[in-house]
Ligand binder design. Structure first.
Ligand code: BG6
Length: 257
């Protein structure tokens, strides 16, 4: 029954938290590989965490892209804007995503849901440095980059290394190298192995992993059996204040080891 489910969930959360050295973990039921509603449930949990952690007044929230984040956006509520004004910005420059799940787009959806504001970062993906550098110096681009640097919260997902590399249309030689180095996961444009050691970083503008350390509100949200190992690996390198929001499908894989 319901009580059993609650107890199981609580036990799972406690096991994960102790496995990850005290990093707080919250688990929703289901498996987002099979059931999209688990994604929305994780989104609701993100909403609760933000409600609890964001200070009153002005907040700049940096967000990443992806299908998980798109579902999270749909679960945010306008109550977050009571006594706060929210500004959503993409955490990194475009890192090769489908338009509908790009961070710029997720920001717009989150702003829409919460009655907040958003800014987009328009820097194209596959251009030479000759084109890229002057673009970065544009005042409009600089303005968004400085907002990103001032952000006080970040929400991001975690992916499997090779599927993410493919989704970003990385060169086959780069993908082979990731395989050779044992890449299991990707978050934030960083690829890492099962020990949580970074093996490659997509050199893009915006928030860096080291910027997360001083941020009070860091939320990682990822679920599904298929992401279990990637999540476990990421949590080894995640800053200690990270909240992990996941689902039972991923948790089962993580706890099996
Ligand atoms: C990407 C992020 O947009 O989405 C990655 O840049 C993340 O850091 C990925 O790993 C996750 O995607 P999805 O679709 O599995 O939620």
């Amino acid at each position: 029954g319901f009580m059993d489910q609650m107890l199981t969930r609580q036990a799972t959360e406690e096991k994960l938290t102790s496995l990850f050295g005290g990093k707080r973990c919250l688990v929703v039921s289901g498996d987002s590989d099979e059931d999209e509603t688990a994604n929305y449930a994780m989104g609701q949990t993100v909403n609760e965490i933000l409600q609890a952690l964001l200070p009153e007044g002005h907040n700049i929230i940096a967000v990443m892209g992806g299908t998980t984040m798109a579902a999270v956006a749909q679960s945010l509520s306008s109550e977050l804007s009571t006594s706060r004004d929210l500004m959503f910005v993409p955490a990194r420059g475009g890192i090769g995503e489908r338009v509908d799940v790009q961070a710029n787009n997720i920001c717009a959806q989150m702003a829409n849901r919460t009655k907040g504001e958003h800014r987009a970062l328009y820097v194209p993906e596959h251009v030479s440095e000759k084109t890229y550098d002057p673009l970065l110096r544009e005042p409009a681009v600089q303005e968004v980059i400085s907002m990103i640097k001032q952000s006080n919260a970040v929400i991001h997902s975690i992916g499997q290394a090779i599927p993410m590399a493919q989704r970003r249309s990385m060169r086959q030689s780069a993908i082979d190298l990731l395989k050779k180095k044992g890449a299991v996961g990707e978050a934030f444009g960083y690829f890492f192995n099962e020990n949580g050691e970074i093996i490659q970083k997509l050199s893009r503008i915006g928030l860096q992993l080291e910027d997360l350390v001083s941020m009070k509100c860091v939320v990682a949200v990822a679920g599904g059996t298929s992401k279990g190992h990637a999540i476990a690996a990421y949590m080894k390198l995640a800053p200690s204040q990270t909240y992990l929001i996941t689902d039972q499908g991923a948790a089962n894989v993580i706890l099996k080891g």
